[in-house]
Design a protein around this ligand. Sequence first.
Ligand code: CS2
Ligand code: MG
Length: 403
Amino acid sequence: MRITSARVIVCCPGRNLVTLKIETDDGVHGLGDATLNGREIAVVSYLENHLLPALIGRDPAAIEDIWHYAYLGAYWRRGPVTMTAIAAIDVALWDIKAKVAGMPIYQMLGGASRHRIMAYGHAEGEDIAACLDSAQGFVDAGYDAIRLQCGLPGVGTTYGVPKDGQTRYEPADADLPAEHVWNTARYLNQVPKLFEQARRRFGDDVHLLHDVHHRLTPIEAARLGRDLEPYHLFWMEDSVPAENQAAFAMVRSHTTTPLAVGEVFNSIHDCREMIQSGSIDYIRTSLTHAGGITHMRRIAHLAELHHVRTGCHGATDISPVGLAATLHFDTWVPNFGIQEHMPHDDIVAAVFPSNHRFEAGYFRVDDTPGHGVDIDERLAADYPFKRASLPVNRLEDGTVWDW
Ligand code: CS2
Ligand code: MG
């Protein structure tokens, strides 16, 4: 069996999505997700100019060899663009291998470790009351886990809260970066009130999560973790910017609030220290941005040795292809924690018909060979790429800050 073609399909059915399609001389094709929110065309260029030409004529079954050819062979290693490109190839090859074997990907990995996958939904609102009303909808829908994000008094736009007119939160909503304003003090005062009211309204059993989105210093994160302890969160995510892995040990030393990190990571080296030092509880790396199934498996095995569970990134900038591959990974991985779920618009489901099911807060994959997702290329062509940039965040004095 040989690879005969490898093409990138870029479309924008409500948001930009990048798909790699690898075709073979046996007529079997595989799809991978190459979406990197706000940097899509960089990944397209890396694939089309540096990786895909070298795939033609290769054996698609040689996944490990092709992975190392793309990673070690690049010389300039790692980074989100490189590792998203490699991930797209990896997932497409796993899709092909599983289709040829007549098995769903989770069976190729070693079979199911669970019969359903717990997901968490995104409750959000411009203030505490609106956020809790949004959360009520998830409770009524049967979710066992809900992320809470709310606006801050006196701060115009903040992460995770739809702006006027947005029915669903999509941060990459402007051609060039929108500029947001941030106030840490107001945030640190507001979030404990949000969770205190949430526990009062919803009780102790529902899992509650929160995403700090990289905006605190270690001591501020330590304070927030301690202030949230009475509300026993499932996790506090991305509490500090993660280049400094040692910062997580400092936060950990001050609080028992579980710590999650990793959606911006793209290799095991980004998280090895913090996993080995026991500084985190959940690793959030995604198959789409961290080298695909082949590399994500390595990260999960390291995490398993240190009581760290997975909590894969699953925002809408992970395409249905990336999500489906992740669900097969979640079905298999022994140290599964939770799966993020931000539903795509209906039109996205039309472009990417898929077989996995979602009901009352839980995913289930079926036994369709591969990852179970395809792409309607004709329909995709009706939605051409439209540049969209993630925001830039500033403090009130104009200092650029983490978004
Ligand atoms: C967020 C993401 O879902 C999350 O946890 O951190 O939505 C993130 O803001 C986007 O993926 C950025 O493109
Ligand atoms: Mg996040």
